[in-house]
Design a protein around this ligand. Sequence first.
Ligand code: ADP
Ligand code: MG
Length: 338
Amino acid sequence: MAKIQELSEILANQIAAGEVIERPASVVKELIENAIDAGSTQIDILIEEAGLRKIQIIDNGVGIDSDEVLNAFKRHATSKIYSRDDLFRIRTLGFRGEALPSIASVSEITLETSTGSQQGTFVKLKGGQVIEERPNQARKGTTLTVENLFFNTPARLKYVKTLQTELANVTDIVNRMALSHPQIAFRLVHDGNQLTRTAGNGDLKQTLAGIYGVSTAKKMRKIEKEDLDFKISGYISLPEITRASRNYISIIINGRYIKNYLLNKAIIAGYRSKLMVGRFPIAVIEIDIDPLLIDVNVHPTKQEVRISKEKELMELIEAAINECLSGEQLIPEALGNL
Ligand code: ADP
Ligand code: MG
């Protein structure tokens, strides 16, 4: 056997990138999460060739101090949690300190940032190595530009699907992030064409209209229900508006879009027999929970969470939907309104 040695930081980051950064949409997701955590009210996402050539995320958040910019690219470096206690009370989307070092290790990344109070910073890395750092005139906020993703990991590049599939994945994640944050104005532009635009005025129904169209949004109904542990709200489509896949269901817990099979099932169960076989509703369900009741630290991409009292939550969702739709049947003339 050869000698046991510690991996270099760059190699360790590339290995971590294998878990967190699967495709262009993963980069878009992580960078939008950072922009949201930075308190942005406007996030522009400009991509070229489905993100494989270029992904640029422009935010108007708090920015990063010049003397901390390089820390942001260090593994397990984060400004979001400091102690074990914080780990059980996560309110931010990020906390692992992995995204920037991972992305930087498999691309060419440029960061331009300013906190507004001082000179801004420009830094460029290639394959995880800093190749340029200098002061920069900049407005408050951060612009991250990722170019030539996977240029140094040919195996990963091969795994990437057609541009059409990658673009669909990017659009999907931007739309879910926009639905999770109606108070933020999102704009997605691909090769110069605007694909998504939301108003960012805090109104979920208007955000839905921006993403699924006005006529679909008009056929969606508000749900609201709470018990001692959970508060749920959102919009669900009337049974006449369905889709052929579950992809139009978004479950959001404390502002985080997550994937959860059982909660999906509860939503569908709430429709009772009103859905045709093989058809699924459009739904955005926001769930507010005490962070102590969920564990986000299950998977590096943070899209899976463990929920205490999951069964109680399923019953609450199912009941909220059932009540909403039963009300609709009692007053059919309300269907045409709104
Ligand atoms: P995490 O989000 O888990 O903390 P990241 O690697 O994604 O880890 O980011 C590292 C750190 O860089 C963040 O904790 C934050 O302090 C800073 N950062 C990253 N992106 C931005 C941004 N758009 N605006 C302000 N700060 C940012
Ligand atoms: Mg992050």
